[in-house]
Design a protein around this ligand. Sequence first.
Ligand SMILES: Nc1ncnc2c1ncn2[C@@H]1O[C@H](COP(=O)(O)OP(=O)(O)OP(=O)(O)O)[C@@H](O)[C@H]1O
Length: 287
Amino acid sequence: MPSEDEPRARQGTSDEMPSPPDVGAPVVEIRIDRKSFVDAGSGRERLVLDRVELSLRRAELVALIGPSGCGKSTLLHIVAGLDPDFSGRIHWLATEYGRRPRLGYVFQNPRLLPWLTLRGNIALVLHARARKDGRIEELLAATDLTESADVHANRLSVGMQRRAALARAFVVDPLLLLMDEPFVSLDAPTAEQLRHLLLDVWDMRRPTVIFVTHDLREATLLADRIVFLSRDPARVIGEVQVGIPRDLRRDEVLVGARHGELMRLFKGFYGEDRDGVANPRHAAGSE
Ligand SMILES: Nc1ncnc2c1ncn2[C@@H]1O[C@H](COP(=O)(O)OP(=O)(O)OP(=O)(O)O)[C@@H](O)[C@H]1O
């Protein structure tokens, strides 16, 4: 694993491949010079993110991998504007006056309001006019939830709640979608089904996506590019283009072979035990 003192390397070498042809102009340049938290116990300041730089392009899917607790969720929060307490700059390039664009956010926990129906949860994020323009029905159909639309959220299965969270994130037609381990702790077949569903729904509008995962195979299947973070503090220690053409992502043999190749890179960063990165708790059945 590269030591903290080594200069940050954009790794890839033999794994370097050009971006997919339909990846477009830059959407955002993320530069986090420093992000720290005050430790509640000791009262000391702890540096979590240190000089993290990353840019995302239109219609690009980027996976963020790093050790548990290294600061991945913190990074997403900063990009989403949920945590303004950092030094650096989130530079939006695809909107007028550099305004933050429409964002979708899929949290680890679906965070549905239990007293509302599934449709009500999705409608909640929309203006009144947009509730009537057919997009809710479109997303319900795309996520195979039409028949459950009037069921209260607390009566939905976990898999259905995750699908509803996807529908709610996509319904605002985001320019950028942030996802924090969206399929964590699902059983392996349900998680795989949802990954494919994500690709289908993504294909309808093709937003830029950045998602956190501990699962290298999930990153290989879904992402165009994988960014690897170190811990204490988190820095970008490498990135790689996955290089699987989008129309071949369902080819299990191809994905499996590329996963094997990328695993060598992964072990180079995190070592054999990969403690806290490919934690079985997070990456059920995939390593
Ligand atoms: N509000 C907060 N106050 C103090 N410390 C925090 C706060 N939020 C996060 N932290 C700490 O910052 C570090 C990074 O947390 P973060 O949740 O971003 O990590 P992560 O990489 O997403 O973790 P995981 O992979 O386990 O989900 C952790 O040590 C965490 O305890």
